[in-house]
Design a binder for this molecule. Structure first.
Ligand code: SF4
Length: 112
């Protein structure tokens, strides 16, 4: 038996899936953030971006964009609430970062 789909059915299905996949990814990312493995400071990308688990240890001389008080919890890339001890990071997919961490990609989270 052969099933035929009209072009309209395929387009509607694609639009429906396209609308739900980002929403699902958003909620799945937040829900799984606590279970993510911590980002290793030895990770090549982490090293390249100067990631540290403790922002108070950032060498300001070699990181001129760093300002005291910057940390993952107040970064726009931090996927958790500011009060979360760890959360996912949009830059380091598949890993969690500590609220007290920092890297060169830090950017002020609106309202934080
Ligand atoms: S991008 Fe932001 S949240 Fe992610 S590690 Fe860097 S400072 Fe932390």
């Amino acid at each position: 038996m052969q099933t035929k789909f009209s072009r309209r059915t395929i387009v509607k299905g694609g639009l429906t899936v396209g609308a739900f996949v980002p929403a699902f990814a958003f909620f799945a990312g937040n829900a799984n953030a606590a279970g993510l493995p911590p980002l290793d400071v030895g990770d090549p990308t982490a090293k390249a971006l100067g990631f540290l688990t403790d922002a108070t240890k950032v060498d300001a001389a070699s990181n001129p964009t760093f300002k005291a008080g910057q940390k993952c919890a107040t970064c726009a890339q931090y996927q958790g609430k500011a009060s979360d001890a760890t959360a996912g990071c949009n830059i380091f997919a598949g890993h969690s970062v500590p609220a007290a961490g920092w890297c060169k990609v830090w950017a002020q989270k609106p309202g934080a």
